[in-house]
Design a binder for this molecule. Structure first.
Ligand code: FMN
Length: 200
């Protein structure tokens, strides 16, 4: 028997979400990193991402003024730094230096990527929408950088090596066991067996 739903007040209970380090910076100034959970993929062609940032964040005005931000994915090794960049402000701390992170130059961008991140998406801001508590920055992805060790022989990306982290209402998790693949529910038995073996 299905159980009844309890009705709650409207809230942001979508889960899990990513926890990413968004780097930004003005030319000639120290770059900054802000941790963002309200980040998403919003379009394939052109490839676009969004980040929602409160006006009070030091990073907010930097991203608004420079029109660029870089999303750096968070692997398990980067989690402490990711959390730190989400509780300290660049107004008070040089977060690259405090976390021992390396600014990595991205062609055409004033902001650096986080050199220790497995993958970055460098975005140019296309629009900013004031939503209320947060401003939504829509960005077109202009450059993608992937760590060499994640690249497989067939030119694909082996994301399992990145040990990515997900965020679920205040708690960080490492992505666990692979359970299936796109279309697995309708895959032919031999394909299903072969692909699932590969995912183990
Ligand atoms: C896991 C996590 C997720 C966060 N997600 C967001 C977010 O989506 N938007 C936002 O404005 N702040 C978010 N924050 C808070 C900012 O990262 C935090 O206020 C940070 O210190 C701001 O840095 P800044 O002042 O250097 O920009 C998050 C913090 C954590 C720890």
């Amino acid at each position: 028997m299905t159980q009844a739903f309890v009705s709650l007040k409207p809230g942001t209970l979508l889960a899990p979400v990513p926890a990413v380090m968004v780097s930004c910076g003005r030319a000639g100034e120290k770059p900054n990193i802000v941790t963002i959970a309200w980040a998403g993929t919003v379009n394939s062609d052109p490839p676009m991402c969004s980040v929602s940032i409160r006006k009070s964040r030091y990073s907010h005005d930097i991203i608004r003024d420079t029109g660029e931000f870089i999303i750096n994915l968070c692997g398990e090794d980067l989690l402490q730094a990711t959390d730190f960049c989400g509780v300290k402000s660049g107004r008070d701390v040089d977060k690259f230096s405090a976390c021992g992170l390396t600014p990595a130059a991205v062609e055409g961008f004033a902001a650096p990527a986080v050199g220790e991140s497995p993958l970055y998406l460098a975005c140019r801001v296309k629009s900013v929408q004031e939503l209320g508590s947060h401003d939504l920055f829509l960005g077109e992805i202009q450059r993608v950088g992937v760590k060499e060790e994640l690249m497989s022989a067939d030119g694909g990306i082996d994301f399992s090596k990145a040990r990515l982290v997900a965020y679920n209402h205040g708690t960080y998790y490492q992505l666990g066991r692979a359970l299936g693949f796109f279309g697995y529910s309708v895959a032919a038995p031999d394909v299903l067996k072969r692909r699932m073996e590969k995912l183990k």
